[in-house]
Design a binder for this molecule. Structure first.
Ligand code: FAD
Ligand code: EPU
Length: 344
């Protein structure tokens, strides 16, 4: 297996940050992992998928492992649905296109999310009222410490809002090699979020007969109106999580801001639309150095340079402003990778 030194990661992250990996390898099969671990054991290892949820800051020490493990296997099929095993290096949206094309329900609301299948469990990707946890059966990994295969059931993954065990005690300890999903053959639609239902009606669809492919097209259209294409405006999607506050704080904010956008949670708390708060404070379209708040979606920061300092400074200023104005702490969503020295 070819391991290269000093590879530029600029083509491998959607924020377009030009830093190098000390070592870089492309993983195409789980069977390659034990020998790599034997060679690089003890060095830091960063697994990279599509690089669409990372903020690189400086040269990445150790080994960057670009996951390109492919494959799609039908594990089981019955009258209700199918169970699939998908290689971690498969492209997420191509998987969604294939499954919706088969008429299988479950992934259509998660259309047009960049990145790899293997990264989907890391933050339990979610959009338009659906999360990965609604279809996930299991995650297969190879342990970085023991080079042994492991299986995490959906419950083991402890999936939450933009959260999983892989962001906590299993962070940087497992290489995800495959993901098992269960999809439905019968209608299983989630149309309650935002403008999906209205857009479907406007397009003349019969809501009772919507196919997964039709929902996919609706979602793609809605997303394209708001979210910038990383190839044209480098970004990592939402830069902050939507903060969840208790009912008392929500009522207090609601009195001050009657238009506040918030979603009641099952536990009585409220998830606030961080984009609304940032927008309300006048940040939309504002620039700091080579970073900019996206003019159509205040939760998205766009990088106009090849570093990440300005993006991180802009994020900090927004966090300070939202905290001062509303008493709400915004948590950064993408993972910030801090390395050693800078690429000039
Ligand atoms: P990467 O950025 O490569 O990695 C992310 C993290 O996962 C890193 O910590 C990495 O080390 C780890 N990782 C990746 N692969 C593996 C593996 N095989 N094994 C172990 N660890 C691994 N996210 C949403 O949830 N919903 C959205 O609607 C959404 N919309 C987006 C829109 C745009 C325009 C963009 C740019 C991003 C959006 N995202 C969204 C964020 C992002 O696409 C997802 O988080 C995606 O799952 C990241 O996949 P990736 O392969 O690019 O991960
Ligand atoms: N809003 C504004 N101004 C803005 C942005 C949003 O007023 O600048 C308002 C919208 O009008 C809407 C509400 O805030 O009433 C929510 O906006 P939107 O539907 O665009 O969703 P979001 O909360 O900003 C979340 C996810 C997205 C996901 C969408 C759709 C998080 C952190 N982000 O964004 O995920 O695609 O919902 O479900 O939960 C990502 O994680 O990278 C991501 C893009």
């Amino acid at each position: 297996m070819n391991v290269a030194a000093g590879v530029s990661l600029r083509p491998y992250n959607t924020l377009g940050v030009a830093v190098r990996a000390q070592w870089f390898a492309r993983l195409t099969a789980a069977a390659q992992i034990p020998s790599l671990l034997a060679r690089f054991g003890g060095s830091p290892i960063l697994v990279l998928g599509g690089g669409s949820n990372l903020v690189l800051t400086s040269e990445v020490p150790g080994l960057v492992l670009h996951n390109a493990i492919g494959g799609l296997e039908l594990l089981a099929e019955d009258g209700d649905g199918v169970s699939l095993r998908v290689g971690a290096g498969e492209n997420w949206d191509q998987l969604v296109a294939r499954c919706t094309g088969q008429g299988w329900f479950g992934l259509e609301n998660l259309s047009w999310i960049p990145g790899s299948v293997g990264a989907a469990p890391i933050q339990n990707i979610g959009a338009y009222g659906v999360e990965l946890k609604d279809t996930l059966l299991a995650v297969h990994t190879v342990g970085i410490e023991d080079a042994e295969p492991h299986r995490f059931s959906a419950a083991d993954c402890r999936l939450g809002y933009r959260d999983s065990i892989f962001k906590h005690e299993q962070q940087d300890r497992q290489i995800i090699t495959a993901v098992d999903l269960r999809l439905h053959k019968r209608p299983h639609l989630q149309l309650e979020y935002g403008e999906i239902r209205q857009t479907a009606e406007r397009w003349g669809h019969d809501l009772k007969r919507l196919t997964p492919s039709q929902v996919r097209q609706l979602i793609i259209r809605i997303r394209q109106e708001k979210l910038p294409d990383p190839a044209l405006a480098p970004n990592v999607g939402s830069f902050f999580k939507n903060p969840v506050v208790d009912a008392a704080q929500y009522q207090c904010l609601r009195q001050r801001e009657p238009e506040l956008v918030a979603f009641a949670q099952a536990d009585g708390r409220y998830k606030l639309a961080a984009g609304w708060l940032i927008d309300r404070l006048g940040w939309k379209g504002r620039r700091l150095g080579q970073a900019r708040v996206h003019p159509q979606q205040a939760l998205v920061l766009v990088n106009e340079g090849h570093g990440s300092d300005d993006v991180l400074r802009l994020a900090q200023q927004i966090q300070r402003d939202v905290k001062a104005a509303y008493g709400v702490a915004l948590e950064v969503e993408p993972r910030i990778i801090r390395g050693s020295s800078r690429l000039d």
